[in-house]
Ligand binder design. Structure first.
Ligand code: FAD
Ligand code: DLZ
Ligand code: SF4
Length: 511
């Protein structure tokens, strides 16, 4: 029988993926390809490229052992085969495939090419399967969203709990509440020692890939020196177990906490594995639920963790497919400011930002609150162009893929969708960062003041942002109090704050 070609993208590295399930090992061929078009469409952190290339190579080896006929296109710097389609075309010439099988891609850009360009160029059918690693299909999400003017994650999350049965007792949520966030979000004062990082044994594939990435991608921001990601499913499972054993019990308590030179805290670091297929969302959630049932981790931690995965992760994906391609161009605040260069070189006197940049470039990682309330908050307050800051987040993290990065940045952080994803912008002054971290006591700036030469930039930029967008936000019932407290200030103080913010914006590169 004429073989078909299963194309596996770099973020589809699981042997139960829908495209493989539709194929036959004795008949069909499988392709994995390292190509410039995917590796360079943003300047991905070298660790993200190394993680993917090495995981792809290990996965190809595993598929061969399972009896699959695998074509592996290793990275070649000066080849004419720059895109996935180029590589597929060359193979198709040799083998004359009956059709191409693929699981739906995570990115609108590539999905458009797959649906429209691939079939015409190849002259064969391209069959696209639902990506059932996710719990909700794009159609299910669209149905849920229909008729709602504003979406709220919390209600969607409850449906996901009911659908999966996670932390459910019949129709009721375990513990009588859907959400235990009121018990979470404490400042960390060393009450529990921070767990050691898990390290992995490296093999020849890792070594080869690290050398390749160093040679061809070292101009991208970020270093390979501290590369410590799992590149096989077995190691990703060890990473999951390490999280469950050593971090999950305190995940809820310290989810929002930030500590000098401790970027990992009690976070799981599994997003890169979930997003590229080394781990599946449901197996991760079941493992966390089991830890609760075994009495190893409390409900506030386990519920909080599961909510991130079946709640936020599914919710942002639903919004992505519902709203693309227009979503990527939204700019509800009309921001025009370019991204300051310190986002790329990391040098700034703002200690909170410096801590986030250090972690980002060293580990291709920063935890959620660092992304949302520090580097994201700064971009929001300073009025950075949404497309600039989105490109940055897509490039610098090992877990970054358009479907999850874009709604988080454009919607959650920048409020550039006008409040479709969240009801109120996550804008905050230095006071929030001081409450949740020890950064301010190590900073050049003073978090206590707003108008002096050494005052924390977040303090005046916060009010500048509020005043700039007064018309948009003053009617928001959750923000009226903020405006009333600004209006109660003496006019002199108001002017001094706004003047300080304008000075900072004029000299943004010097902060
Ligand atoms: P943990 O804190 O241990 O959380 C557990 C898991 O929950 C994560 O692995 C992740 O899969 C999921 N999760 C948590 N929050 C979110 C969220 N808001 N959206 C989707 N999933 C979530 N996450 C990505 O996976 N890829 C991205 O490109 C990405 N870009 C982001 C950009 C911005 C501006 C912000 C504010 C958040 C972004 N996030 C992104 C969400 C979140 O910050 C990361 O998932 C998380 O920091 C990854 O670290 P972790 O695995 O240690 O997560
Ligand atoms: C992110 C990425 C990178 C860096 N390189 C490749 C690659 O060489 N080959 C490939 O198939 N996929 C790669 N990817 C992941 C794709 O860009 C990914 O499929 C899309 O981002 C869709 O989520
Ligand atoms: Fe950041 Fe301001 Fe605190 Fe410095 S004082 S660490 S700039 S919040």
């Amino acid at each position: 029988m004429t073989p078909r070609l299963v194309v596996l993208l770099g973020d589809q590295l699981h042997d139960a993926i829908s495209s493989l399930r539709a194929a036959e090992a004795g008949r069909d061929h499988v392709l994995l390809a390292e190509v410039d078009d995917e590796a360079r469409y943003v300047p991905h952190h070298p660790q993200k490229i190394a993680l993917l290339f090495s995981a792809m190579r290990h996965f190809a080896q595993q598929l061969r052992q399972q009896g699959w006929h695998v074509h592996y296109h290793a990275y070649q710097p000066n080849t004419e085969q720059r895109s996935l389609l180029d590589v597929i075309q060359a193979l198709h010439k040799q083998h004359g495939y009956e059709s191409v099988l693929i699981t739906q891609c995570g990115e609108y850009r590539l999905q458009q090419l797959i649906e429209h360009q691939w079939p015409t160029t190849l002259g064969v059918a391209v069959t696209c399967f639902n990506d059932d690693r996710f719990i909700a299909t794009p159609e299910q999400f669209a149905q849920w969203a229909q008729g709602r003017k504003q979406l709220r994650m919390e209600y969607f999350y409850r449906d996901m709990r009911r659908q999966t049965g996670l932390l459910m007792e019949g129709d009721e949520p375990t513990g009588g509440q859907w959400n235990f966030d009121a018990d979470n979000r404490q400042k960390y004062r060393g009450e529990v020692p921070l767990p050691p990082a898990l390290t992995f044994e490296r093999d020849d594939i890792d070594a080869e890939v690290l050398a390749l990435v160093q040679t061809h991608f070292s101009e991208h921001a970020g270093s390979l020196e501290h590369f410590n990601w799992a590149t096989t499913r077995n190691d990703a499972l060890k990473a999951l177990q390490h999280f469950i054993d050593h971090r999950l019990p305190w995940f809820g308590d310290y989810q929002d906490a930030m500590v000098m030179d401790e970027p990992l805290m009690f976070h799981s670091l599994i997003a890169p594995y979930l997003n590229c297929g080394l781990l599946l969302p449901m197996e991760v959630c079941r493992a966390a639920e089991q830890a609760y049932l075994d009495g190893h981790a409390p409900l506030n931690a386990v519920e909080g963790f599961i909510r991130q995965i079946i709640g936020w992760r599914e919710y942002v994906r639903g919004i992505y497919w519902l709203k693309m391609p227009d979503y990527a161009t939204l700019n509800a605040q009309g921001n025009q400011r370019a991204l300051p260069s310190f986002y790329w070189h990391g040098e700034t006197k703002m200690q909170c930002m410096k801590q986030c940049f250090n972690s980002t470039f060293k580990y291709a990682y920063a935890h959620h609150i660092q992304r949302l309330m520090v580097t994201g908050n700064f971009a929001l307050l300073a009025g950075i162009k949404p497309q600039d800051i989105c490109d940055w987040y897509l490039a610098v993290y090992a877990d970054a893929y358009d479907w999850v990065e874009l709604p988080n940045t454009l919607g959650m952080v920048m409020h550039a969708d006008g409040g479709y994803l969240v009801s109120k912008p996550y804008a905050a002054s230095g006071n929030y960062i001081n409450k949740m971290s020890d950064y301010c006591s190590h900073c050049h700036y003073s978090v206590k003041t707003a108008t002096d030469d050494d005052s924390c930039p977040f303090n005046s930029l916060y009010w500048h942002f509020m005043q700039r967008h007064r018309e948009q936000f003053a009617r928001n019932p959750r923000m009226g109090m903020i405006y009333r407290s600004f209006d109660r200030m003496k006019a002199e103080k108001q002017h001094a704050i706004i003047a300080r913010a304008e000075h900072l914006l004029d000299h943004i590169e010097e902060l």
